[in-house]
Write a protein that binds this ligand. Structure first.
Ligand code: S3P
Length: 168
């Protein structure tokens, strides 16, 4: 399929940039977290609290399977942990071009500093949490991506230009 899929760490800008990129390319936009929240009728935090992470991860895989049935080309942003399941990596590749929005810890700290909506970052020191998770995820993000975009210090306009030039 020919979708454009944005992957990357929480706070990398997948959703915000995804919306803008979709508008610029005249495509529709969808986000796996939004789909899950709409499906279950609960926030991501509430799903984690009530049913646990594994249940949420199952839902992520289901969302990818559903997307594979949808024909209209779109920009898809996926939750930061979604590419970690091997099965999901296969689905992502099937869905289209996978773009990794890479961001440094400092940038992520700035964006996630006051965030309360991300259960994976709960408790403890934010920098250590980010560094710990990033150490586990970075290779997978890089390996799953067809295109890696460094986002630090770049505005949306520039990022949209970079992505659209490299993906057509
Ligand atoms: C998660 C990232 C979140 C959301 C959930 C788990 C993760 O999405 O799916 O809180 O494990 O990195 P964003 O990357 O859009 O914040």
């Amino acid at each position: 399929m020919n979708h454009i899929i944005l992957i990357g760490f929480m706070g990398a800008g997948k959703t915000t940039l995804g919306r803008r990129l979709a508008r610029a390319l005249r495509l529709t936009f969808t986000d796996t977290d939004d789909r899950i929240v709409a499906r279950v009728g609960m926030s991501v935090t509430a799903i984690f609290d009530q049913y646990g992470e594994e249940y949420f991860r199952e839902l992520e895989t289901e969302m990818l399977q559903e997307l594979l049935e949808e024909k209209e080309r779109c920009v898809v942003s996926v939750g930061g942990g979604l590419p970690m399941r091997e099965e999901n990596q296969v689905y992502l590749k099937r869905l289209g071009r996978v773009v990794y929005l890479r961001a440094g810890v400092q940038t992520l700290m700035g964006r996630l500093g006051r965030d309360k909506s991300r259960p994976m970052l709960k408790g403890g020191d934010l920098r250590s949490k980010i560094e710990e998770l990033m150490a586990i995820r970075q290779d997978t993000y890089e390996k799953t991506a067809d295109l890696i975009i460094d986002t630090d210090g770049k505005g949306f306009e520039r990022l949209i230009l970079e992505i659209s030039e490299k993906i057509s």
